[in-house]
Design a protein around this ligand. Structure first.
Ligand SMILES: C[S@@+](CC[C@H](N)C(=O)[O-])C[C@H]1O[C@@H](n2cnc3c(N)ncnc32)[C@H](O)[C@@H]1O
Length: 345
């Protein structure tokens, strides 16, 4: 599902492969598919520019019986749970080589691997960057500002509602297009308009880093960005740097154990994770001297049938009712001291 790390070589020739779940190397050693790709890297080192292992989309995963519903990507289950390619009995792969002679030599060796079918060797198609880029931004988020793709002109500016942030659309979930992200940005804008502090912000399930970066652009001082998918950690930092806030963000793989007192806690994750981590998240947000809620908790990624249960659990832990906003089926809950006692619309 995920391309292997690409090298900075110009890829010119592709070998198309069909690979069984387990293969036998020319040395006679049996190995699983992931091990086989690692072996390819070890074998061809700098000649290999990348191995694209293919993708299975949510609708296909339902057809294959891997998922009960096609909503799973939008619901953002952890990447390990949706590596459907790893579960295929036979997967297609494309090995990109910098030069044709190296590709042809590798193809000859690959043809001797039992369980690996070499389908052909072909020239890489020319990159169509313009068409790909045209599909992104600008995205207007009413109340917050504008999300621009990384390559667009424009500068990050502090102040609501004119914030501008730049995000690399290839950097994990969080391009700004999804309803769940936009609902969180709306909640941030409301919190800032009410002079809610953002000295310390926790962004749980940060994806591209968009929500933490938005808080920093609106005057935040420090963000702890928590993302289970280590492959996007570098992209979060790169996005932060391109918005001029790289020195104010820390990226980690799991919730901090000891820290407390966050002014703003965002969690745009699936309902199951929000319920499992309810106590931890409610412990991390800032409290007043009497233990009442002093910061803001924003929960997103909740479908129509899910939000009431999550709202009830957090209301009990935080001692206040949320403001609920929604876009279509997606719902967002915002708990703040300012909204205390306010009924859900
Ligand atoms: C819906 S995306 C949200 C991305 C971004 N914050 C946004 O609002 O656009 C949820 C992210 O949470 C991550 N995630 C899922 N479970 C997690 C967990 N237990 N701990 C940390 N991150 C998790 C996923 O990898 C995904 O990047």
């Amino acid at each position: 599902m995920t391309p292997m790390p690409a090298r900075s070589l110009p890829a010119a020739t592709i070998i198309d492969l069909v690979v069984a779940a387990a293969v036998v190397l020319p040395t006679g050693e049996p190995i699983d598919r992931d091990g086989f790709y690692e072996w390819m890297w070890a074998e061809w080192g700098d000649d290999l520019a990348g191995v694209f292992e293919g993708a299975v989309d949510a609708a296909e995963a339902v057809t294959l019986g891997f998922e009960p519903t096609a909503r799973v990507i939008d619901a953002a289950t952890p990447p390990a749970d949706r590596d459907w390619v790893a579960r295929l009995p036979q997967a297609t792969a494309a090995a990109w080589f910098a030069a044709e002679p190296a590709a042809r030599a590798a193809a000859a060796v690959l043809a001797t691997v039992i369980g690996c079918d070499v389908q052909g060797v072909r020239a890489a198609p020319p990159a169509d960057d313009d068409a790909w880029r045209a599909g992104f931004g600008p995205i207007d988020v009413p109340g917050f500002g504008v999300i621009l793709p990384a390559w667009a002109e424009g500068r990050a500016a502090a102040g609501v509602p004119d914030a501008i942030i730049h995000v690399d659309p290839g950097a994990g979930f969080g391009t700004g297009l999804h309803e769940t992200t936009q609902l969180c940005l709306g909640a941030l804008a409301r919190w800032r308009q009410a002079d809610g502090p953002v000295d310390r912000v926790l962004d749980f399930g940060s994806g591209s880093g968009i929500l933490g970066i938005a808080a920093l652009v609106l005057g935040g001082r420090h963000v702890d960005s928590v993302e289970i998918d280590g492959l996007v950690h570098g992209a979060i930092l790169a996005n932060a740097r391109r918005n001029g806030v790289g020195d104010r963000i820390r990226v980690v793989g799991q919730l901090p154990q000891a820290a407390t007192g966050y002014d703003l806690v965002y969690a745009n994750i699936v309902a199951a994770v929000l319920l499992a981590e309810a106590e931890a998240l409610c412990r991390l947000v800032r409290r007043d001297a009497t233990g009442g809620l002093a910061g803001c908790v924003v929960l997103s990624g909740l479908l129509t049938e899910q939000w009431p249960q999550v709202a009830e659990r957090y209301a009990r832990l935080l001692g206040t009712h949320p403001l609920m906003t929604h876009k279509g089926d997606w719902h967002c809950l915002q708990f703040t001291s300012h909204e205390a006692g306010r009924p859900c619309p």
